[in-house]
Design a protein around this ligand. Structure first.
Ligand code: SAH
Length: 390
C-alpha cells in the first residue's frame, strides 16, 4: 500500500495536540502524493507519527483526524468504531423511533452522518474520504443493523465546497417516500428523500419532549420555525391553541398531516417569514404563554456572525415582547459560531426591551445521540435557553 504522508507545522502540531480534529491547509508543511480522499499519515516536523487523517484537496480543512492507532484504519477499524457508536446509542435507539447513530468526529468517523428512522437508514457523506470507503461502510451497516433500506442523502450544499457531486440515491432496499416514527407519545411522518437534513431535526428531540413540562392546558403557544410540526405536535395535547409558523410550504403540508395523524385540530399552520410574523404580532400586541424560536443557523461562517447577531436579537426581542407575564420563551441557536456565552449576551440585550423581568430557568443543548467532543467546540452547535418573563 502507498503511504501518503503529511508533515504539520509546529503550530499545526500544537493545534493537533490540543485535541481539535481539523487540520487547516496553513498548518501543513508538506504533503507527498496524496490523492483527494485518501488516508494520510500525519507527522510532526521532527518526523514523529501523530495519527491518520482523511485528506480533502479542495477544502480549507486539509485533514480530518481519524485515529492515532499505529495501523492505517481498515475494515476492522471501521467495524469496531461503528460497533462502539451503536453501543453508545443503546440508551437512545429504539426500533420504531429515530436516532442519530453516527455523528461524524464524535464517533470517530469524520464526515459521516447516519440516522436511523424506524428501520430505514439515511446516510450523509461530507468529505471525499468517506465517499471512497462508502462501500465498506455500507457492508458494515448492513451486517450490523439489517435495515429495511439505506438512502444516501447527499444533496446538501457543503458537498460543493469539496467539489463532490450532489445526489440522492438508494444504496439498498426500497426507500419509502415517508416513514412514520414515534417520539414519546407522538407519531410523525418523515420525508426521507426531500425533507430537510436527513428528514427530521433529531437534535431537538429531547428538547421537544422536555418542553411539554412547561405547557398549560389554557395556554396559547407560538411555534416559530415549526418545520413539520416538531414542538407543536408535542404541545398540542396540553395547550389550548398553537400557531405554528414556517416559510416552507412542503414542511407545513407534512405538519398538517402529522397533526391529523395524532388527532389534533388546535394547531394552526401558517406560511410566513418569521421576521414579518413577529413584527406584526408585536405591533398588534398579540400575546402567548409559550413561544418557541428554533431558527436555522444564521452564522454558518465566522463572517456571518455580525448579521446573525442582529437577526437573533430581533427575533428574541420580539418574541419576549409577545409573552404574557409568567410566559416561557424556549429559544435556540444551532450556529456553531454563536457560543453559549454569546447567545446569553444576545438574550440579555433583548431583556430590557421585553416589558418585564427576564429569568433564565434552564440551559439546553443537542440530544445525547449527537455527542460533543470537548476539544472540538464546533461539535457543541445547538444551544437552548428556557426563559421566563416574570
Ligand atoms: N423546530 C423544528 C425544526 C426547525 S428547523 C423541529 O423541531 O422539527 C428551521 C425551520 O425554519 C425550517 O423548517 C425552515 O423551513 C424554517 N425557516 C427558515 N427561515 C425561515 C424564515 N425566515 N421564516 C420562516 N421559516 C423559516
Amino acid at each position: 500500500m502507498k503511504n501518503f504522508k503529511a508533515i504539520l507545522t509546529p503550530k499545526g502540531e500544537r493545534w493537533f495536540r490540543s485535541g481539535h480534529p481539523w487540520i487547516f491547509e496553513d498548518d501543513v508543511l508538506s504533503l507527498n502524493d496524496a490523492e483527494n480522499g485518501e488516508i494520510a499519515a500525519l507527522y510532526n516536523p521532527g518526523n514523529v507519527f501523530l495519527g491518520w487523517g482523511f485528506y480533502s484537496r479542495h477544502s480549507r480543512i486539509s485533514f480530518r483526524f481519524i485515529t492515532s492507532n499505529p495501523e492505517i484504519p481498515d475494515q476492522t477499524y471501521w467495524l469496531e468504531t461503528l460497533q462502539k457508536a451503536l453501543e453508545r446509542r443503546k440508551k437512545f435507539l429504539d426500533f420504531n423511533q429515530a436516532c442519530r447513530i453516527v455523528f461524524s468526529e464524535a464517533d470517530g468517523i469524520p464526515g459521516l452522518i447516519a440516522d436511523w428512522y424506524a428501520g430505514h437508514l439515511v446516510v450523509q457523506t461530507l468529505i471525499p474520504g468517506i465517499d471512497r470507503i462508502l462501500n465498506e461502510l455500507y457492508n458494515l451497516f448492513y451486517e450490523l443493523l439489517k435495515p429495511y433500506s439505506i438512502l444516501i442523502r447527499n444533496d446538501f450544499e457543503a458537498r460543493s465546497l469539496e467539489r463532490l457531486p450532489r445526489e440522492n440515491r438508494a444504496l439498498y432496499g426500497q426507500v419509502p417516500e415517508k416513514v412514520r416514527i414515534e417520539e414519546g407519545p407522538i407519531q410523525y411522518e418523515v420525508d426521507l428523500w426531500s425533507g430537510q437534513k436527513t428528514g427530521a431535526y433529531l437534535d431537538q428531540k429531547e428538547n421537544r419532549l422536555h418542553l411539554v413540562s412547561y405547557s398549560q392546558s389554557q395556554g396559547r403557544v407560538l411555534d416559530c420555525f415549526c418545520y413539520t410540526g416538531g414542538f407543536a405536535l408535542h404541545l398540542a395535547g396540553k395547550s389550548d391553541e398553537i400557531i405554528a409558523v414556517d416559510d416552507s410550504a412542503s414542511a407545513l403540508e407534512l405538519g398538517r398531516r402529522n397533526a391529523e395523524l395524532n388527532g389534533f385540530d388546535n394547531i394552526h399552520f401558517l406560511k410566513k417569514n418569521i421576521f414579518d410574523y413577529l413584527k406584526e404580532a408585536d405591533e398588534q400586541g398579540l400575546k402567548f404563554d409559550l413561544v418557541i424560536l428554533d431558527p436555522p443557523p444564521f452564522a454558518r461562517k465566522k463572517s456571518d456572525v455580525a448579521s446573525a447577531l442582529r437577526g437573533y436579537q430581533e427575533l428574541n426581542r420580539r418574541a419576549l415582547r409577545c409573552l404574557n407575564p409568567g410566559g416561557i420563551l424556549s429559544t435556540y441557536s444551532c450556529s456553531h459560531n454563536i457560543t453559549e456565552s454569546l447567545f446569553l449576551e444576545i438574550l440579555s440585550h433583548s431583556a430590557p426591551k421585553a416589558g418585564g423581568k427576564i429569568l433564565l430557568l434552564e440551559k439546553r443543548m443537542q440530544a445525547g445521540d449527537h455527542p460533543v467532543v470537548l476539544t472540538f467546540p464546533e461539535s457543541l452547535y445547538l444551544k437552548g435557553l428556557i426563559i421566563q418573563k416574570a
